[in-house]
Design a protein around this ligand. Structure first.
Ligand code: AMP
Length: 542
C-alpha cells in the first residue's frame, strides 16, 4: 500500500521560490569583480534568475544541455546556479585555476554550449576560446560599461544586456527529480579530470542534511560567507542551504586575502563561514598581525583537507570562533561527516574536546560509511586499525559522467581513497589517503599526524609529509617544510619537537626545507608534484 502524500519532485527551483516567498527581504551581498560592493535581496535575485532563464532559452539552451561558468563567488554566479538548473539544463562550474589545456578538455568533455565568465578570467577564456569544440556563446558576466574594448572573442555577449532584454515572467518547469542539475569535474592525482553529475534530488536532499544544527547549522538568523568557491563542489552546498533557510549570503568575489575577507566579515556581520585550512591560515595571519577580533563570527566550517589542531585551538582560544571540522568529496556533493559534539563531549576537559573536533567527524544522516581491510572485510569501529573508507548514500556518486573511469563502486559502496579509523562513538578520523600512504615495515604511518605536529611548531608555515624509499623498511616518512618568514629552525630542532608526541618509529627520517609546497587549484597540497620535485632525494645513509 502506498502512502497518500503528494508526489512533488525535489527541484532546485523550489529553493529559490521558497527564499523569495518567505525571506524576500533577506540580503545577498557581493564584492564584485568591478571593485565595488553590490547588494540586493532574494526577491530581486529570484526576478533576475527568471530573466536569465528566459535569456538562456533565447540563446537556444535546451534542457539537459550544459552551461559552463568560470566565476568567483558572487550574485551573478548565484543567478546562474538557479536559472540554469531551474530550467532543467546543467550548470557546469569550471575551476578557473586549472591549466587552459584542462579547461579545454573538460569543456569539450561536458559539451558546454555557453560559457559565462567573470572578467578576471578573460585571459583564460581568450586562451581556450578558439580551441573548444561545442561552446556557441561566450558571456562576460558584467555590464555594458565594463565590457572589454577588444576582448578578442568573436561575438562576446554581455550578461547584463541579456538579463535586461528579458521579462521576469517565467514558470519554473516541473520534471523528474532525478534530472541532472549540475556538473563538477574532479582532478585526481592521475588521469584526466572526471565529471561528477549531481541531480535535483541529490542536491535538495544534501541541502536538508547540511543545514541541520549538527551539520553546517544554517539558520535564517545567520549571515553566511562561503569562502569555499562556487566552482568547488557548489561551495559545499551553501548557496542552496542559504535559500532553504533564508540566511543572509555574503559573497567575497575575488577578494580572498586576509584583509578583504576580514573587512567583509565585519561590515556584513558574518556569523558563519566555510573554507579550506589554507584560507584560514592567511586570514588568521592578518588578524593576528593587526591585533583584530571578530565581532560577529561564531562558527567556521573547515574541510577539504585536515584542519590542523593548532588552528582549531587558535580560533577557539584567541577568537572565540568554533571550528566545525568537516570531511567530504566532490563525489559526495560533498558533505559526509562533521565533527559536531554529542552530549557526552560537552562536559569533557577542553583538551579532550579539541581531540573530538580534530577528527573528521560523524556521518550526517544520509551517508553510510564503513572501513575495510585490504581483502574488503569490514573492520570494527572502536578498534586501533585503519582501513579503506567506503561510503554510500543518495548524494554519493554511482558513476562518473559518460561512464569514464569504469565502475567506481565496490559492492555498491564508493571507495573514497581515504584511510580512516572510526571510533566506538562513530567519529571518523582520516589517518591517510590510500594514494599517499606511508607504509613502513608493513605498517601504516599517518602522514597527516606528522604534518599536524610540524604545523604546530611556531617556526613552521606549512609542512607536508611524503613517503620516500628505504632499503630496509620499504618506505619512510620525509618531512618537507616551509619556514615562516624570518623564522629560524633546524632539522634537529624540528625532529626533537616530535619527541613524546608519537611512537618513536613514526618520527620522520629527515627534513627538507623548501621555499614553497605546490598547492592545487583548491588550495590542497599536491603531494604528487612534491614527490616529483624530490624524486632524486635519498635518505641519509639509505
Ligand atoms: P575533493 O573531491 O577535492 O573535495 O577532495 C576530497 C578529498 O579531500 C577527500 O577524499 C580527502 O582525502 C580530502 N579531505 C576532504 N576533507 C578533509 C578533511 N577534513 N580532512 C582530511 N582530508 C580531507
Amino acid at each position: 500500500m502506498n502512502g497518500l502524500m503528494m508526489q512533488q519532485p525535489l527541484l532546485i527551483s523550489s529553493l529559490l521560490v521558497h527564499a523569495e516567498r518567505h525571506h524576500g527581504d533577506r540580503e545577498v551581498v557581493s564584492r564584485r569583480v568591478e571593485g565595488d560592493i553590490h547588494r540586493y535581496t532574494y526577491r530581486e535575485m529570484a526576478a533576475r534568475a527568471r530573466r536569465l532563464a528566459n535569456a538562456l532559452a533565447a540563446l537556444g539552451v535546451k534542457p539537459s544541455e550544459r552551461v559552463g561558468t568560470l566565476a568567483w563567488n558572487g550574485y551573478r554566479h548565484m543567478e546562474l546556479y538557479y536559472a540554469v538548473s531551474g530550467a532543467g539544463s546543467v550548470l557546469h562550474t569550471i575551476n578557473p585555476r586549472l591549466h587552459p589545456d584542462q579547461v579545454v578538455y573538460i569543456a569539450d568533455h561536458a559539451e558546454d554550449q555557453v560559457l559565462c565568465f567573470d572578467l578576471s578570467f578573460l585571459p583564460l577564456v581568450q586562451a581556450v576560446a578558439g580551441r573548444t569544440k561545442t561552446i556557441r556563446h561566450f558571456v562576460a558576466m558584467t555590464d555594458r560599461a565594463h565590457m572589454p574594448a577588444d576582448p578578442k572573442i568573436p561575438n562576446l555577449l554581455c550578461y547584463e544586456d541579456l538579463v535586461a532584454a528579458e521579462s521576469d515572467q517565467y514558470e519554473w518547469p516541473e520534471f523528474d527529480e532525478n534530472t541532472a542539475s549540475s556538473l563538477c569535474y574532479t582532478s585526481g592525482t592521475t588521469g584526466n579530470p572526471k565529471g561528477v553529475l549531481y541531480s535535483h534530488r541529490s542536491t535538495v536532499l544534501h541541502t536538508f542534511a547540511i543545514a541541520l544544527p549538527d551539520a553546517l547549522n544554517c539558520s535564517a538568523n545567520d549571515s553566511i560567507l562561503p569562502v569555499v568557491p562556487m566552482f568547488h563542489v557548489n561551495a559545499w552546498g551553501l548557496p542552496y542551504a542559504a535559500c532553504m533557510t533564508g540566511a543572509k549570503l555574503v559573497f567575497p568575489g575575488p577578494g580572498l586575502d586576509g584583509k578583504s575577507l576580514y573587512e567583509l566579515f565585519e561590515a556584513e556581520q558574518v556569523t558563519v563561514s566555510a573554507g579550506v585550512p589554507t584560507v584560514w591560515q592567511a586570514l588568521l595571519a592578518y588578524v593576528d598581525a593587526n591585533k583584530l577580533k571578530f565581532s560577529s563570527m561564531r562558527r567556521t566550517v573547515v574541510g577539504g583537507s585536515a584542519c590542523p589542531p593548532a588552528m582549531l585551538r587558535k580560533f577557539a582560544e584567541d577568537y572565540d570562533v568554533h571550528v566545525l571540522h568537516a570531511w567530504g568529496m566532490t563525489e559526495m556533493s560533498p558533505v559526509g561527516t562533521v565533527a559536531a559534539f554529542k552530549p557526552q563531549h560537552l562536559a569533557l576537559p577542553v583538551e579532550q574536546r579539541y581531540a573530538v573536533m580534530a577528527k573528521q567527524g560523524r556521518a550526517v544522516y544520509g551517508v553510510d560509511m564503513k572501513i575495510v581491510d585490504p581483502a574488503g572485510r569490514e573492520l570494527p569501529w572502536g578498534g586501533p586499525v585503519s582501513g579503506d573508507l567506503l561510503v554510500r548514500g543518495p548524494w554519493v556518486l554511482s558513476r562518473y559522467f559518460k561512464g569514464d573511469g569504469g565502475n567506481p563502486l565496490r559492492g555498491g559502496w564508493f571507495p573514497t581513497g581515504d584511510v580512516a579509523r572510526i571510533d566506538a562513538e562513530g567519529y571518523m578520523l582520516i589517518t591517510d589517503r590510500s594514494k599517499d600512504v606511508i607504509k613502513s615495515g608493513g605498517e601504516w604511518i599517518g602522514s597527516i599526524d606528522l604534518e599536524n605536529i610540524a604545523m604546530a611548531h611556531p617556526a613552521v608555515a606549512i609542512a607536508a609529509c611524503i613517503a620516500v624509499p628505504h632499503p630496509k623498511w620499504d618506505e619512510r616518512p620525509l618531512l618537507v617544510v616551509v619556514r615562516r618568514p624570518g623564522a629560524e629552525l633546524t632539522r634537529e630542532e624540528l625532529l626533537a619537537f616530535y619527541e613524546g608526541k608519537i611512537a618513536k618509529w613514526w618520527t620522520p627520517d629527515d627534513v627538507v626545507f623548501v621555499d614553497a609546497i605546490p598547492l592545487g587549484a583548491t588550495g590542497k597540497m599536491q603531494k604528487n608534484k612534491l614527490r616529483e620535485m624530490l624524486k632524486d632525494y635519498r635518505l641519509p645513509g639509505a
